[in-house]
Design a protein around this ligand. Structure first.
Ligand SMILES: [Zn+2]
Length: 492
């Protein structure tokens, strides 16, 4: 039962995942990219050779990066991939029949695109499966509510359960509860989430979803209901995982759409005694199998060193998994393919990894970290924040290697990407690899202003992806991937 490896481990993984998405805690340093690295480009081959001894990239490496960038900006591959994955596969929770189709889709596409060593690493896991769900107010009057069960929620008893609502304005208010108000009631957390460009509103808010069910159970509650962790005003509920631990009690849990949460807030403010009926069907810990899908652009003289660009292939079982994360899959595959298509092999191997089950357990990332622990990974990165434009380059590399990150910045400047600091967070799966194996990481921060409007909802469909922004992402990733793979400089 790999997912139930103990609460401490689960919590660490969860919070790490949250941190990966919320990676905007650091204050970006002012863009201090120097154009100095570009200067030798006009100086011919001899000067470039001399430069290589002192600079992370040769003039020709930089010129090639610029060619990759311009070609990627005119390349429709990323959009074609996103469209195909959303249309031909659709939502693909780990271990499901659709997940297997997604793996087959990825293997077929990557092979057809000409990548080397295309393969799928099988991973045994236990998965949660959603059943029918329903929520309605029964007092002060009957009213149907739009809800979704949280991932890992136990089912309610047959026929559902009903109880009085114990209202808490946020997760901290529930954590501070020392009395008996929650006992025998349905705990309700009205946690609100702030809209920010870097997703930093998510980390503080999502604790209500992740930790709320156990906090409610500890206080003797019947169930937990929360306001959706999202920034929209649509009548659609946001799912997502909640922490479970076999050694601790937990209650059935669901999220309401924001307009339904607003209704409850108004009724509560008016002093009404609220009662709710909640029914959740679910199967827990079902044995299943998922895969990590791998593909490579083989390196030359430094081929055993890996530059990893990843995205997760799985999604929640709602919408089409478009922003989360067909977009990321499309971006990193298109970026790596651009390198392949231009015909010049990098010195290091570029490895594309499409991770299994990011959404509910990080099984793919943990499996990869273990299986490839001994292979030297120079840099790991992941695209998993939708399809908003990249606006910042960050890293988490050895301080002496930061100059090699700085030297990437002038190539990204035409894409309106600024240089940030060296406190980056590379996306949830890559963050697992970074922490477990102490691998250096790169982050291309995306504009996430609208991301949490549709995150984990039925509204996460292809229409939310801007093809031009997708191309800009692929261009940025092709630049940093190429340069990282072409440098002989160690990042770790
Ligand atoms: Zn994701």
């Amino acid at each position: 039962m790999p997912r139930h490896a103990g609460f401490a481990g689960t919590r660490r993984r969860l919070l790490a995942g949250v941190a990966g998405l919320a990676g905007g805690c650091g204050v970006p340093v002012a863009a201090r990219a120097s154009l100095a690295w570009l200067a030798p480009s006009a100086s011919g081959a001899a000067a470039a050779t001399v430069t290589a001894l002192t600079a992370p990239y040769t003039a020709e490496d930089l010129a090639h990066a610029a060619r990759l960038r311009e070609r990627a900006l005119g390349d429709g591959l990323a959009w074609q991939l996103a469209e195909s994955l959303c249309t031909e596969v659709g939502p693909r929770p780990a271990g499901s029949e659709a997940d297997a189709r997604a793996v087959a889709w990825a293997l077929e596409r990557l092979t057809r695109l000409g990548f080397s060593r295309v393969r799928a690493d099988p991973i045994e896991l236990r998965v949660w499966q959603r059943g029918p769900g329903q929520a309605r107010l029964t007092a002060p009057h009957a009213r149907a509510l739009v809800m979704t069960a949280l991932g890992n929620s136990p089912p309610t008893p047959e026929g559902g359960l009903e109880g009085e609502l114990a209202y808490y304005p946020d997760f901290e208010a529930l954590r501070a509860e020392r009395g008996e108000r929650a006992r025998g009631r349905i705990v309700y957390i009205d946690q609100k989430m702030a809209r920010t460009v870097d997703g930093s509103g998510y980390g503080p808010a999502v604790r209500a979803r992740v930790m709320g069910p156990m906090e409610a159970a500890r206080r003797g509650a019947l169930a937990l209901v929360i306001r959706s962790i999202g920034t929209d005003r649509d009548r659609v509920a946001h799912t997502g995982m909640m922490a479970v631990d076999p050694a601790q009690p937990v209650v059935p849990a669901a999220a309401l759409s924001v307009p339904d949460a607003q209704l409850i807030e108004r009724l509560h403010a008016a002093g009404a005694a609220l009662r709710l009926h909640l029914a959740i069907g679910a199967r827990q810990a079902v044995p299943a199998r998922t895969h990590n899908v791998l593909a490579e652009v083989p390196g030359t003289d430094l081929a055993r060193e890996i530059v990893l660009v990843g995205a997760h292939l799985d999604s929640w079982d709602v919408g089409q998994g478009a922003l989360d994360n067909a977009a990321g899959v499309a971006i990193v595959v298109a970026a790596a393919h651009q390198i392949l298509a231009l015909g010049r092999r990098p010195r290091r191997t570029v490895r594309v990894v499409l991770f299994g089950n990011e959404e509910n357990g990080f099984d793919g990332a943990r499996h990869y970290a273990e299986r490839y622990r001994e292979e030297p990974h120079q840099l790991v990165g992941e695209s998993d924040f939708g399809a908003g434009r990249v606006w910042r380059l960050r890293s988490r590399v050895a301080p002496e290697a930061f100059s090699a990150i700085e030297a990437m910045a002038p190539l990204l400047a035409p894409l309106q990407v600024a240089l940030g600091d060296n406190q980056g967070s590379p996306g949830p799966d890559a963050a697992v690899l970074m922490r477990r194996n102490r691998w250096s990481a790169i982050e291309l921060s995306q504009d996430g202003t609208d991301y949490f409007d549709v995150h984990h909802t039925d509204n996460d469909t292809l229409e939310r992806i801007d093809p031009a922004a997708l191309r800009q992402n692929a261009a940025a990733w092709s630049v940093v991937t190429w340069l990282a793979a072409q440098s002989a400089m160690g990042f770790g």
